[in-house]
Design a protein around this ligand. Structure first.
Ligand code: MN
Length: 263
């Protein structure tokens, strides 16, 4: 990171879990792009869908002039590549993947975060000792929660909790949810597959982040926690940390400052 006052540190950890035979999660974490994709489909096709998606979005990582429109267009490109692979390999037909993450985009001359989501992988923001989920799950149970028919606690154990309502790999690509906001020194982000959130409560994730300030150690600790809780799914965690404020930041931090990609 070359911009004054702001630097990024990242940690990544992934594990197949204790039940599944393949790890169908994929991650990309470098430069301007930090994402997790959770693949679905038999005959190892889920691994293909998530890897194709991570690779496509990863191609944007070196772009210092990335815009939100570029990011959304590349999600469409990833979808096209999955469909092309499905058409070429009948045994992979129907493969799909979630996609969520955070990217550095330009809003005019100023760098902002863009969080993006399709499916039930998640991005959280941790700041001021508080963990907040930014993304909204595209799942059957989230629809029921939104409709007031289920409480979040009931949703967390509901049999339909793994049924996603939006994903890549369909002929019609559903809308990508996005959130754009300026960076803040000291904030951290968790990008994760449902292998973490299906096993570990938000409260426990916050407890671990409170004591583990180093991103790689925190990512590994969260994966270990998911395994200790049963590890019934593939689990992937990215921790992205914006360096804490320095004395000069506190004086100068009146406007969002540009953020450049990590080297
Ligand atoms: Mn999963």
């Amino acid at each position: 990171m070359t911009s004054p006052g702001v630097s990024l540190r990242v940690g990544v950890a992934s594990d197949v879990g204790l039940v599944r035979e393949h790890n169908e999660d994929a991650a990309f974490a470098a430069g301007s792009v930090y994402l997790v994709a959770d693949g679905m489909g038999g005959h190892a096709a889920g691994e293909v869908a998530s890897a194709v998606t991570a690779e496509a979005l990863g191609e944007l990582a070196g772009r210092a002039d990335l815009t939100l429109a570029d990011l959304v267009a590349q999600v469409g490109e990833a979808n096209e590549r999955i469909l092309a692979r499905s058409a070429a390999a009948p045994e992979q037909r129907g493969m799909a993947t979630t996609l969520t993450g955070i990217a550095v985009v330009r809003v005019g001359p100023v760098a902002h975060w863009a969080v993006f989501n399709l499916g039930d992988s998640r991005v959280y923001r941790y700041a001021d000792e508080e963990l907040r989920q930014i993304t909204v799950d595209h799942s059957e149970v989230q629809e029921l929660v939104d409709a007031g028919l289920l409480t979040p606690a009931e949703a967390s154990v509901h049999p339909l909790r793994h049924t996603v309502t939006r994903s890549l790999g369909r002929e019609y690509l559903p809308p990508v949810d996005t959130w754009v906001f300026p960076p803040t020194p000291g904030e951290r982000f968790v990008v994760c597959s449902d292998g973490l959130t299906g096993e570990v409560s938000d409260a426990r994730i916050a407890e671990i982040l409170a004591v583990m300030r180093e991103p790689q150690a925190a990512a590994e600790a969260l994966v270990a926690e998911a395994l200790a809780a049963g590890g019934r799914d593939n689990v992937t965690v990215i921790i992205l940390a914006v360096a804490p404020p320095t004395a000069s930041d506190v004086e100068e931090n009146t406007v969002p400052r540009p953020v450049a990609p990590a080297p």
